[in-house]
Design a protein around this ligand. Sequence first.
Ligand code: OAD
Length: 247
Amino acid sequence: MTDKLDAAVARAREMLADAPRLAVLTGSGISAESGIQTFRGGGGLWKGTPIEDFATPDGFDRDPVGVWNWYAQRRAELDAARPNAAHEALARLQRDVLGRGGTFTLATQNIDGLHQAAGSTDAIELHGSMRSVRCRDCEHRREMPVEPVAAVPTCPRCGAAMRPDVVWFGEALPEAAYLPAVEAVAECSVLLAVGTSATVYPAAGLIEWAIGSGGKVIELNLEPTPATRMAAVALHGKAGELLPRLA
Ligand code: OAD
């Protein structure tokens, strides 16, 4: 641990202790230590195809079974995944902040449900959830099965195709998730951004929104990102090691 990192941790602790309104934005880096590959890790490829090419409505139209089974495989991996020390630290932080009468909003880009498993409540899932599927037409939802399929299941209510209950590239974020997240960052005194490359909009824009509204940003990420230069404090290291020191 370097003196510089120690000093940054101390500064971030002070900011968090004083913050009456805390917002947190997480990305796939927070789940890396739970064994879940980050989106851009492994070159951002799946069987040689960039994820951005198939995790889209067009990608699903082209190869519905392939896309479905990619999510089914990741969903199956989730059964072995446990929340790590970083997820647990955020759940603790939420309890502390609410306990002292502050406000706390956690918005995640992750679709793995590990924040909820660690005890975080009211987490906003900006990009949906890998644990469910929904009808393309009537929005009927059910649990995502883990077994691969030979044909994409149809909706038991209306007969249309089911699809993973996630936000694909090129799709709008669900308003019910995005609007409260914007409200929280616009009103926050501190935004803590953890394990996100801060490159995928509109979620990454929440960081700029917080700053534009007078909030201060603490970034915690393995490496520098476009958010680093905007951050009041940037901590570079593993979330599972550094977050417990903050909370
Ligand atoms: P990315 O894969 O883009 O970024 C993950 C970040 O976490 C990287 O900057 C890593 O350096 C960092 N990281 C990795 N391991 C870490 C660790 N142990 N501790 C701290 N940081 C670590 O993932 P996201 O920013 O979440 O969207 O990507 C955003 C969105 O792009 C995803 O939600 C997904 C995606 O493609 C959709 O599917 C719509």
